[in-house]
Design a protein around this ligand. Structure first.
Ligand SMILES: [Zn+2]
Length: 236
């Protein structure tokens, strides 16, 4: 099992770690700042700086089969480190920060558009959510002005933990039908944007909505009978 440092502090850029296992799938560490692809958010990229000298490029990060198992995928052709090797794990912070800003922005979008979320994705510089909304009632201009108002209002963003039982009693908190909340360990992590949004989420977030910066709705697509896809990008 890997200690998931990004879960408590999304702003950590690097950490000391030790290799617990390395095979054809990738490298496992005893602790990491690398977020594995999940919940619609891309996995981190970066480097592993071995204390013995070599620097390994990490081209993706994915979840393993075990709970909290994180697999750091090395760039093709990399020599794998030995089990027990000491290193510094360092993410590509500029890219991760853009992912965190867009991911948090999707929480705001979720609070603006009514209807269940049926899918979503955050990639570098771009994000989208699919909503189960009947008809063609979504107004692009209204969504973008509300989004940018919430961003400018600088709402604080932070985690809040509740028990599985409390969540089961409040099913309305789960807006995303395609992504199961991180539960089953007795506690569920909720992300709260004060006064705006509260929902289970295991992703990485910024501390205040102001850090998102101005965004644009690039497109609203009709993806079927009750499925509207709203695509966002940073305005600058
Ligand atoms: Zn989130």
């Amino acid at each position: 099992m890997t200690e998931l440092l990004f879960r408590d502090d999304g702003y950590l850029r690097s950490c000391n770690a030790r290799v617990t296992n390395a095979d054809g799938r990738g490298i496992r560490l005893d602790r990491t700042v690398f977020y594995p692809m999940g919940g619609g958010q891309s996995g981190d990229t970066g480097v592993l700086r071995l204390v013995s000298g070599p620097v390994l490029a990490i081209s993706d990060t994915i979840k393993g089969a075990l709970p909290d198992e994180v697999i750091h995928v090395p760039a093709p052709g990399s020599a794998l480190p030995e089990t027990g090797a000491e290193l510094v794990a360092e993410i590509d912070w500029e890219r991760r920060y853009r992912l965190m800003r867009m991911h948090t922005c999707l929480h705001l979008l979720c609070s603006i558009v009514p209807g269940a979320v049926t899918g979503g994705q955050v990639s570098d510089g771009r994000g989208r959510l699919d909503f189960d909304v009947p008809g063609s009632s979504l107004e692009k201009e209204a969504i973008v002005s509300r989004l940018n108002a919430l961003i400018a209002e600088a709402h604080p963003v932070g985690p809040r933990w509740i028990t599985d039982e409390e969540l089961a009693a409040k099913p309305e908190l789960v807006r995303t039908m395609s992504v199961k909340p991180p539960s089953g360990m007795g506690q569920v992590r909720l992300m709260e944007i004060a006064g705006v949004d509260l929902q289970p989420c295991g992703g990485t977030h910024i501390r205040t909505t102001a850090e998102i910066g101005a965004v644009a709705v690039t497109k609203i697509e009709n993806k079927g009978k009750q499925n509207r896809r709203v695509i966002l990008a940073f305005a600058e």
